[in-house]
Design a protein around this ligand. Structure first.
Ligand code: ATP
Ligand code: SF4
Ligand code: MG
Length: 317
């Protein structure tokens, strides 16, 4: 008997985010996905499709003007219903996040060593000296040679790429069960990206860390992700295991996204994403889709399951 036990760690159901202003921006229109222990799910899609908003909504880090609806269940608890005090306990300790902009995520007034050691002192009750020793070990893992020197550095003394590596060390130092990595390879050269890949794989296989990976680097995604969710204008248009997405994408947008890769000839998708304050009532990809039919203008396709994957397009009944 083949019984596979999947331990779902995170379950996002119908997550919606609106920004209220002169015009309401619908940044997320109800996305749903789950991530199991030690699984890597990647969110991909063009700029502005809602990847970072999704990451921030899960962590409850959106600004006050954001309205969030839906369910974000982590280890059975709906994070959207927890108090801020309970969320502080979860952030960093159980869910780590690597922000898209490292210089905003590091505190300029504290040394790197202090910022790495602090969570160990607060959450693990480590003594300062031991915490600094562990901080140096975390930096070594991120490829820093002279760690005793680097722990005395301040973010402003360092390049964007170095700060990105400090941030990765800081977000994984407590051994979170889930790591949300928003463009973790941004600003890193090829060698560092490959080191980062090794580090993330180590977290997955040694620590069983689950990863929500957001990246524009599709070959990095292909090497790391178990499953991929393709987003377009605030919704998921296709979700499948990584090899299916890369070898046989179904949605016309997924196909276009892959064709825009340098190795596929750099063919850009013509046109632009729709305005999130004035979304079309039919298929959101309609104006850019070469396979559109009249039906697509007036009707909004649902995300339908076919053969263990999901696609939002009328071409697939
Ligand atoms: N505080 C905010 N107020 C109003 N709109 C916002 C706010 N934050 C994000 N948005 C809008 O939400 C949409 C989704 O933004 P998001 O940052 O999630 O995109 P993204 O997919 O991460 O893009 P990128 O690949 O460039 O990082 C964008 O249109 C953005 O302008
Ligand atoms: S629903 Fe129609 S317009 Fe939308 S992606 Fe499919 S074929 Fe293209
Ligand atoms: Mg982003």
């Amino acid at each position: 008997m083949n019984v596979s036990i999947v331990n779902t760690l995170l379950e996002v159901k119908d997550l919606q985010v609106f920004f209220k202003g002169i015009k309401t921006i619908t940044a997320l229109s109800g996305i749903s996905f789950s991530i199991a222990e030690s699984e890597t799910l990647s969110l991909v899609g063009e700029t502005g499709c809602g990847k970072s908003v999704a990451a921030h909504a899960i962590m409850r880090l959106l600004p006050s003007e954001a309205r969030v609806k839906g369910i974000v269940k982590f280890r059975g608890k709906n994070l959207l219903e927890l108090s801020e005090k309970e969320m502080v306990e979860i952030r960093g300790k159980e869910i780590g996040i690597i922000f898209q902009n490292p210089s905003l995520a590091l505190n300029p007034v504290y040394s790197i060593g202090h910022q790495l050691a602090e969570p160990l002192c607060v959450h693990k009750k480590e003594k300062k000296e031991k915490a600094l020793f562990m901080a140096a070990g975390a930096l070594k893992n991120m490829g820093f040679a002279n760690t005793a020197e680097y722990i005395r550095y301040y973010p402003s003394w360092c390049s964007g790429g170095m700060n990105q590596r400090f941030l990765i060390a800081a977000s994984t130092i407590l051994g979170p069960a889930l790591l949300i990595a928003d463009e973790p390879g941004k600003g890193l050269d090829r060698k560092r990206v490959s080191e980062l890949e090794t580090e993330l794989k180590k977290l997955k296989f040694k620590n069983k860390t689950a990863l929500l990976l957001i990246s524009h680097d599709l070959s990095f995604v292909q090497r790391l992700a178990d499953r991929v969710a393709v987003m377009y204008a605030g919704e998921i248009v296709e979700m499948a295991d990584s090899s299916s997405i890369f070898e046989e994408p179904l949605h016309p947008y997924s196909k276009g996204l892959l064709n825009s890769l340098p190795e596929k000839g750099f063919i850009p998708i013509p046109g632009f994403s729709p305005s999130l304050s004035n979304l079309p009532s039919g298929c959101r990809f309609y104006p850019r889709c070469s396979l559109r039919k009249r039906h697509c203008i007036e009707n909004h396709p649902d995300l339908k399951k076919i053969n263990g994957r999901a696609v939002r397009c009328f071409l697939y009944p």
